[in-house]
Design a protein around this ligand. Structure first.
Ligand code: F6R
Length: 242
């Protein structure tokens, strides 16, 4: 595990984007695992900047997102499908037919999960999986549980997660209570993992995830077992690390 601490958000975003562009420059057909939420917004901005500068092309990449809310249509302003188009896909030369996000509207969610797993399998290995970290240690939407699922599955979002994500929804709008998420097994199969964490409010969970016992109570602690894990934190998020 390599942990790098940054004294500014701009430097952190640049470093994260550089890791991703480096992979695409080396392998233009790379398979990218992408995340949503507040953390990667600046990273995607930097990727768009790098694309505009002619440093990288996403023409041949395939992408898989970690998760999607159940019940939100792709054009809902809080769906992760919408988020990805707004923050990245609409601004670079990615081929929309090679971008993959679970459908939160599928009539058979179990079937949708297995379809998603088959797509990931058919694409081969995810070359790099970008990850944010939930306050309760979730990765993707794999919430703390006695047992964690390996493949894509439907989850009940923890109350804490719904509260944290309510900031993105309009007043009076309900945060969906379920999501489809890639499982921890699939995340751990990625060739490289890039965990990015910002903010003082994540300092305690960063410490537990990276230096505490490996336990399903803190799903991110399983990342400690991955041979190629890079963690980028700002000074606040990394402040409790030894
Ligand atoms: C989103 C995802 C989640 C977020 C996590 C942190 O695709 O997988 O695990 O990374 O909830 O969210 P932010 O970045 O909003 O603090």
């Amino acid at each position: 595990m390599n942990i790098i601490t940054f004294d500014s958000e701009a430097k952190l975003n640049e470093a994260a984007a550089r890791i991703i562009t480096g992979i695409v420059q080396t392998n233009p057909s790379a398979v990218l695992g992408l995340a949503t939420g507040g953390t990667p917004v600046g990273i995607y901005k930097q990727l768009v900047h790098d694309y505009n500068e002619g440093l990288v092309s996403f023409k041949k990449v395939t992408t898989f997102n970690l998760d999607e809310y159940v019940g939100l249509a792709p054009d809902h302003h809080q769906s992760y499908s919408y988020y990805m188009r707004e923050n990245l896909f609409n601004h670079v030369d990615v081929d929309a037919s090679r971008t993959n996000i679970p459908s939160g509207l599928a009539s058979d969610l179990v079937e949708e999960c297995s379809r998603y797993d088959q797509l990931i399998q058919a694409a081969g290995r995810i070359d790099i999986q970008l990850l944010g970290l939930g306050h309760n240690g979730h990765i993707g939407f794999n919430e703390p549980e006695e047992e964690l699922s390996s493949g894509t599955h439907v989850v009940e979002l923890a109350e804490e997660t719904k509260q944290a994500n309510a900031r993105f929804f309009s007043e009076g709008e309900q945060v969906p209570s379920q999501a489809i998420t890639m499982g921890v097994g699939t995340i751990l199969k990625a060739k490289t993992l890039l965990l990015v964490v910002k903010g003082k409010d994540k300092a305690e969970i960063v410490k537990r995830a990276l230096t505490g016992p490996i336990t399903t109570d803190v799903p991110a602690s399983l990342l400690q077992t991955h041979p190629q894990l890079t963690v980028l934190v700002d000074q606040a998020a990394g402040s409790l690390l030894p």
